[in-house]
Design a protein around this ligand. Structure first.
Ligand code: MOS
Length: 746
């Protein structure tokens, strides 16, 4: 076997087993404390006053009526907001800070979007604060606004698209397109999408004293508490040691809790003024303007091909939106850099500025929209060539990553396509649209590739091995609902070769060793790689602390193994507990590290293939999914059950992206009209058919020290294209605009 970036390790115990999530029982039995639920004495409640205009100035704030309401403590406005430091946002600092926005709550006299927190009411109860907030009268001076992507000049280039300039060219793709034997060249508009995790955002801020200095505790719905800790410290002018951030459970995040949004800073400001703990809970409707969205996009893909179906030109360009004052780059061309074999490539990104809140990450931010258009275009070209779309992809399988000029590691895309096709009975597809019918239902099959890059973040893991045979993993990481504690416990159990039930994990607290951002599908392998390093550190520590004349004395860590809870060296072995008894210690503690895994000599991504069968009602344009199947290649999977759930959750979110999710605007007012879950549609159980998930079970030791890649986001990628392609196969109607609602199918 060729040498890998990291030395291969063997897992032979609990890793991969379908162990049930520990947090599941805690959640359904009500034992899990979510952010808004921390019982804190003397808690006050703040409710923001959102701007009702999209752009302009605050002329005056009349809070006289609100102030007189019983239970109201004070109104926070730019006139009494406490001193704070304006810290550059995460998007502007390469995520060195977690600050989402450079527009601060209750601190601005200028209005940049409808929903911006102009002021806030602090009261004894949430209900009082909410009622009073409605009595705060704000006078505005309005300026013309633009909230429609099609009305704003798309003249701006983002500075940096995932470390590269916004335009990438390899040879002359436009000339090659012009010369190509077969060409498709289409535009694919996609709507704005808003985040709707089950648990809305919340924060509680509490200033106390520690060592005669102020000490700030923040409970926050967050995917990045380590970064949040230093960010709060900067904004509130404290040292990082004076701030603690806690987040024990999260009811879904999907990127919406990656950054510190204005409500959390508002809690800090109010707590400072009140000198009491203050809670801010973002309502469902405030999430439409309070916690980020997926930008609408206008994308073009052009493909030139030989008659034999070899790509000669590949062009992907388009426009995403950004807010008036801030920056965020949606890298929708990212997956096109390395998906298919082409000698000419042109990728170009532009932006237009809208008077909306800043867009943010939403599950597979570049790949969800990017793969929709690329994989739709691939289907269109296959159709034009008269080649099976699966075969067309296989025919254009690249030998290397042309953009990075690196060999691929663990790509397995062709295997995913072939194995998925076999299981799905793809051969039953009839290429000619409208060939399969059941009454008024037209039946169609669709396929698309999926992908997601391997992203890692620097992470530390502390492991404790105790004399009662148990062990613990500790890291300031996050439980997004995915089973972090379960799978990391499983991994440590595997590496020590002890039963998984003997290992537990603590997380969600900045007093634990620093963890990375739980975004970019990075947590499992970043944290897992730190756990694996901690096990190596444990070997060293055991040798160092071994008593004189022990068989471990002077030995090399690489000759030591753990087997069945024993320390093994050659023929010698000793139970870990007995070792601790020998050295008279109740436990032994070590910290392992992962550096984030920069600069791999290989191109590391996860891949997959999505298959969908749809039925489309010919008379009404109703689309019903009949089957979904996906096959993924994501390296080591630590837990078959949680992995399957992650993939399935992604695929279901993809159904929303394809068929339902759309934020609607009244552009005259510059305001959202469907800021609620009854009018912003997401899939429910009745929308989802049988979902089959398979994977290629191969560790990738180029991708990470534990051979794992990410699985949190790949599941959504390609789904919307597979659905659009299936609708085409069923009806002969090519839907290039998302979401594909009935009228677009008719
Ligand atoms: Mo993800 S969109 O990186 O939480």
């Amino acid at each position: 076997m060729a040498e890998t970036n990291y030395p291969p390790i063997k897992m032979r115990g609990p890793v991969g087993k379908p162990i049930v999530r520990k947090s599941g029982r805690e959640k359904v039995s009500g034992k899990a404390t979510f952010t808004a639920e921390w019982p804190i004495d003397g808690l006050l409640h703040a409710v923001p006053v959102p701007s009702t205009i999209a752009r302009g100035k605050v002329v005056s704030i009349d809070a006289s009526e609100a102030k007189q309401m019983p239970g109201v403590r004070f109104i926070l406005t730019p006139d009494n907001v406490p001193d704070f430091e304006r810290v550059a946002s995460g998007s502007e600092t390469g995520f060195e800070t977690s600050i989402a926005s450079s527009i601060y709550p209750a601190a601005e006299k200028e209005v940049f979007y409808a929903g911006q927190y102009i002021a806030a009411v602090v009261a004894d109860t949430f209900e009082t604060a909410r009622d009073a907030a409605m009595q705060v009268k704000v006078k505005y001076e309005t300026t013309d606004h633009v909230t429609d992507i099609d009305q704003a000049p798309a003249d701006e280039r983002p500075g940096d698209v995932f470390g590269e300039p916004p335009v990438i060219t390899i040879n002359d793709a436009e000339a090659a397109l012009h010369a190509a034997e077969v060409v498709i060249d289409e535009e694919y508009p996609t709507h704005m999408n808003h985040h709707n995790p089950m648990e809305p955002h919340a924060a509680i801020a509490h200033f106390t004293e520690k060592d005669e200095k102020p000490f700030l505790t923040v409970y926050e719905t967050s995917q990045s508490i380590s970064v949040a800790q230093t960010s709060y410290a900067k904004v509130m002018q404290l040292n990082a040691q004076q701030v603690r951030v806690i987040c024990k459970y999260i009811g879904g995040a999907f990127g919406s809790k990656g950054l510190t949004w204005p409500h959390a800073l508002l809690a800090c400001f109010c707590a400072k003024v009140a000198n009491a703990p203050v809670k801010v809970v973002v309502s469902r409707s405030q999430m439409y303007g309070g916690t980020g969205h997926r930008t609408p996009m206008r994308q073009r893909v052009a493909i030139g091909c030989s008659k034999e179906g070899h790509i000669t030109s590949l062009i992907h360009e388009g426009t995403a939106t950004v807010s008036r004052k801030e920056n965020y780059v949606e890298a929708f061309t990212l997956p096109t850099r390395m998906m298919y074999d082409t000698q000419t490539l042109r990728l170009a990104q532009r932006q237009c500025r809208l008077d909306t809140q800043l867009p943010t990450f939403m599950r597979a931010p570049p790949e969800t929209p990017g793969m929709f258009v690329l994989e739709s275009a691939m289907d269109e070209m296959a159709t034009k060539l008269g080649i099976d779309p699966l075969e067309f992809r296989i025919r254009n399988e690249p030998q290397k990553d042309i953009h990075k000029n690196k060999p691929f590691s663990g790509r397995y895309l062709v295997e995913c396509l072939r194995q998925g096709a076999k299981e799905f009975s793809w051969h039953k597809r009839i290429a000619e649209p409208r060939s399969q019918r059941e009454g008024s239902w037209l039946i169609g099959y669709g396929v698309a590739s999926s992908t997601f890059p391997v992203n890692g973040f620097p992470t530390q893991a502390r492991i404790t091995v105790r004399d009662d045979g148990t062990a613990e993993v500790a890291c300031c990481s996050h439980e997004l609902g995915t089973g972090t504690a379960t799978v990391q416990s499983q991994l440590l159990a595997d590496l020590l070769d002890i039963p998984a039930g003997r290992v537990s994990m603590v997380l969600g607290d900045t007093q634990l060793p620093p963890g990375g951002i739980s975004g970019g599908s990075s947590t499992t392998h970043s944290l897992g790689s730190a756990v694996s390093d901690a096990v190596e550190q444990l070997k060293k520590k055991l040798i160092d602390s071994a008593p004189k004349n022990s068989f471990l004395e002077g030995k090399s860590p690489k000759d030591i193994q753990f087997q069945d809870g024993h320390i093994i060296h050659g023929q010698d072995k000793l139970r870990l507990e007995d070792f601790l008894a020998e050295i008279n210690r109740a436990s032994i503690v070590v910290v392992g590290k992962f550096d984030g895994g920069e600069d791999s000599p290989t191109s590391n991504h996860s891949y997959g293939a999505q298959f969908v069968e749809v039925a489309v009602d010919e008379d009404f344009g109703i689309v019903r999914l009949r089957r979904m199947l996906a096959c993924f290649a994501c390296g080591t999977l630590l837990n078959a059950k949680t992995a399957r759930s992650q993939f399935m959750g992604g695929m279901i979110m993809g159904v929303g992206h394809a068929l339902q999710e759309a934020t609607h605007w009244d552009h005259r007012l510059g305001r959202i009209t469907n800021d609620n879950l009854s009018e912003y549609h997401i899939p429910v159980n009745a929308d989802i058919p049988a979902v089959d998930i398979m994977w290629i079970d191969e560790p990738d030791f180029n991708a990470s020290p534990i051979g794992a890649k990410g699985i949190g986001e790949i599941g959504i990628t390609g789904v919307s294209a597979a659905i659009a392609n299936a609708i085409y196969n069923a009806t002969g109607r090519r839907c290039r605009e998302l979401p594909i609602t009935l009228e677009k199918v008719m």
